[in-house]
Every structure is written in structure tokens, then in C-alpha cells.
Design a protein around this ligand. Structure first.
Ligand code: DC
Length: 224
């Protein structure tokens, strides 16, 4: 399989890339790679196994040896089993996202996850979301999308999501978390978050998910 059957969706935390990637994949009947989940899994294991967050070699070892399977749930959702344990929700916490962003700065960790990410490319195609899908992991992708949104709008989206889960948090704290995660993801030397030169950049501040999905699908259909 070649990268001409890949659509990449990159962007910062809360830009809507996960939801957009899932809907585009469902529409096309293609596979999905949630690359952030892999970094979150390394973070989860580092926390559980008390691996120091500045120990690049040990973190890379965790990344290389991740015993993980993604299985489709009854409604098509991904269930993530780590060493046989369902960690689908455990890795979605703010803490795990923050630690994921810290382990993701290390080149050895990124390298250890590279082939695992590329293995997701199977017939008939793949929609991959993350930070470096279009720049590093699938540079030859058919369509590259980069989603942006202001920190405020992304924090409000996250607040709504948390509220649905019964968790009440202030937007101001979420804005701070998002800004520090952005700074780390964009500022790191290895595969920083940025739009690929040939990416289509979509500002989602005033767009609904459906509108973004429609834009992406119309570009994909024109190129297929
Ligand atoms: O997309 P997410 O919020 O689940 O990702 C969590 C962290 O993982 C993110 O802050 C940075 C890191 N990450 C990365 O460095 N490269 C990717 N392709 C995906 C995620």
C-alpha cells in the first residue's frame, strides 16, 4: 500500500481533528489511526511504572514494547486494550494528555512509534490524526489537512466535553493547559506541531464539525 491512500489530519489539542478524522474515515470506509493515543499509552505506562519523565531511554523502551490492540466496539468506536486491560477512558484524562506531550518531545520515543504508526496503513486506506502525520509519518499523503482554532474556543469545547462526563472545570484553567501544551508541542525540536507545506489549513473557530468534514471530503473526492 502506498501513502497515496492516506489522509492526514493534524492540529493542536481541541482543534476537532479526532472527530473530523473519525467521520471522514467512516464516510470513506477507511481505517483510522489516532496517533495521540499511542503517546498517551506511553504516558500511561510511564505513570503506572513510575518511569521518570526525563529518562528518554526507558520511555523509548516502553514505546517499543507497547502491548496494545485497538478493537472496534459495537458502534464502531475504538476500544484500546493495553496488556489486555481496557484503558480507553483512562488515557483520556488531562493528566495523561499533559504527560503524553512531555514524553513526545523525545526523538527516541517518536522513532520507536514510527513503524507502529505506518503499520496502520491497510487497504482500502487510512485517515491518520495527530501532530506530525503530514510532516513526518506520511509525507506522501494524498490529502493533508491542518486544523486550527483559538485556544479559547478549544478550551470551551473541552469544557463542554467534560461537562457531559459530569466534570465541571473553569475555562480559564483549560486555556492555560492548552497554551502550555501548544507551546511544548510546537516548540520541540523533534517533529514539532506545524502544518505541512502542502496542507490545507482550515480555521474551525466558526465552523461546525459537519462543515469541516464536508470541506475535507470534497477535497478528497476531487483527488481520488
Ligand atoms: O492528540 P492528543 O491530545 O491525544 O495527543 C496527546 C499528546 O501526544 C500531544 O500533546 C502531543 C503528543 N502527540 C505527538 O507528539 N504527535 C502525534 N502525532 C500525536 C500526539
Amino acid at each position: 500500500m502506498t501513502e497515496t491512500s492516506v489522509i492526514t489530519v493534524d492540529g493542536p489539542a481541541g482543534s476537532g481533528k479526532g472527530t473530523v478524522a473519525h467521520q471522514v474515515a467512516a464516510e470513506l470506509g477507511w481505517h483510522i489511526l489516532d496517533s495521540g493515543a499511542l503517546y498517551r499509552l506511553v504516558a500511561h505506562q510511564a505513570i503506572q511504572k513510575k518511569v521518570a519523565l526525563d529518562d528518554e531511554k526507558k520511555l523509548a523502551e516502553l514505546a517499543r514494547n507497547l502491548d496494545v490492540v485497538f478493537v472496534a466496539g459495537e458502534e464502531g468506536e475504538s476500544i484500546i486494550l493495553l496488556e489486555g486491560e481496557d484503558v480507553t477512558y483512562a488515557i483520556r484524562t488531562e493528566e495523561c494528555g499533559g504527560v503524553a506531550s512531555q514524553v513526545a518531545v523525545y526523538p527516541l520515543v517518536r522513532e520507536a512509534l514510527l513503524d507502529r504508526q505506518r503499520d496502520f496503513l491497510q487497504e482500502p486506506g487510512l485517515v491518520a490524526d495527530g501532530r506530525d502525520m503530514g510532516t513526518v509519518v506520511f509525507p506522501g499523503a494524498l490529502v493533508k489537512v491542518y486544523l486550527t482554532a483559538s485556544a479559547r474556543v478549544r478550551a470551551e469545547r473541552r469544557q463542554r466535553q467534560l461537562k457531559e462526563q459530569g466534570v465541571d472545570v473553569k475555562v480559564s484553567g483549560l486555556v492555560r493547559d492548552i497554551e502550555s501544551r501548544d507551546a511544548r508541542d510546537c516548540g520541540r525540536r523533534s517533529a514539532p506541531l506545524k502544518a505541512a507545506e502542502d496542507a490545507i489549513v482550515i480555521d474551525t473557530d466558526s465552523l461546525s464539525i459537519d462543515e469541516v468534514v464536508d470541506q475535507v471530503l470534497s477535497v478528497v473526492k476531487a483527488r481520488l
